[in-house]
Design a protein around this ligand. Structure first.
Ligand code: GDP
Length: 298
């Protein structure tokens, strides 16, 4: 199994090696140091605004430390990265089943991520029901069913073309009456009909709550790390429309765009809970800022 540090190898080359170069080429942390750092961050897909924010915070940290020694810089960066990653909020006292709405644009790896989460929960002894709420794509339903069988989770579908809110309502009902611990509710991700999609997601949220008060307990947005700044826009879009509680970042294996992790944490203050490091059901890693900073900076 790929470790986080291995998955981040390419991003690390982008960031860590260049930062080491930056530290070695400067005798002190001065304006030219910050300018070069800005370039490095933008190149690593941290993005313009998040890079500015990160640099502001780093300047502050350096000022407070009262040193301009570049040799200390990696330590400052590591500390800063660790502080910008929020811990996910703990949800206490959920009346089971826990209902999780999975949202995200087509192709980001949502289906695979649902399978990975289901696999993980089942391994922890929880009974999982997966519901096919993306009734727009028949192939997505089939794929989800194959995954559900493979990981040993329950599966609920009303086929292609069904009303997604009806699927959600009935899936919650099934999860409650059959004593499931966790319901993972897939949703559509067709972005070309943006407004309809958001309305659809809101309706799903409403009907879940009618059947099982307090649900959906969380919405998890799945974004694809290889799309860099697009992932950031998606977080904004879905966040404004339906609310996002957590982010899972897929395809971090083999991309040099891992800087997007920093951008998401800085711009949206949303916890990244897991990262995808491959196509198999085992390829999901819990994310924590400390490990990430360590993997990135060595
Ligand atoms: P969906 O359209 O969002 O449901 O996307 P799928 O789950 O069908 O995934 C799209 C493609 O991305 C598939 O080929 C998956 O195997 C692949 N994929 C998903 N997650 C990961 C990941 O973490 N790493 C890699 N390398 N591929 C992934």
């Amino acid at each position: 199994l790929l470790k986080l540090s291995e998955g981040l190898e390419k991003t690390k080359e982008q960031i860590s090696k260049r930062i080491e170069g930056l530290m070695a080429s400067h005798s002190k942390i001065d304006e030219s140091f910050w300018e070069e750092l800005e370039e490095i961050l933008i190149m690593a897909d941290v993005g313009f605004e998040p890079s500015m924010k990160l640099i502001e915070r780093l300047r502050d940290r350096v000022r407070k430390a009262g040193t301009d020694d570049p040799a200390r810089f990696k330590e400052f960066l590591r500390e800063e990265l660790e502080t910008i990653f929020k811990a996910p909020k703990r949800i206490t006292a959920i009346n089971p089943p826990e209902v999780v709405m999975m949202i995200g644009v087509n192709g980001v790896g949502k289906t695979t991520t649902i399978a990975k989460l289901a696999y993980r929960a089942q391994m922890q002894g929880r009974r999982v029901l997966i519901a096919a709420g993306d009734t727009f794509r028949a192939a997505a339903i089939e794929q989800l069913e194959i995954w559900a069988k493979r990981v040993g989770a329950g599966f609920y579908s009303k086929g292609a073309g069904a009303d997604p809110a009806a699927v959600a309502f009935e899936a919650v009902d099934k999860a409650v009456s059959e004593g499931y611990d966790l319901l993972l509710l897939d949703t559509a991700g067709r972005l070309h009909t943006k407004i309809n999609l958001m309305e659809e997601l809101k309706k799903i949220q409403r009907v879940c709550g009618k059947k099982h008060p307090g649900s959906p307990h969380r919405s998890i947005l799945v974004v694809d790390a290889t799309t860099g700044q697009n992932a950031l826009q998606q977080a904004k879009l879905f966040g404004e429309a339906v609310g996002v509680d957590e982010i899972i970042l897929t395809k971090l294996d083999g991309t040099a765009k891992g800087g997007i992790v920093v951008a998401i944490a800085l711009e949206h203050a949303l916890p990244i809970t897991f990262v995808g490091l491959g196509e198999k059901m085992e390829d999901l890693r819990p994310f924590n800022g400390k490990d990430f900073a360590q993997a990135l900076l060595g």
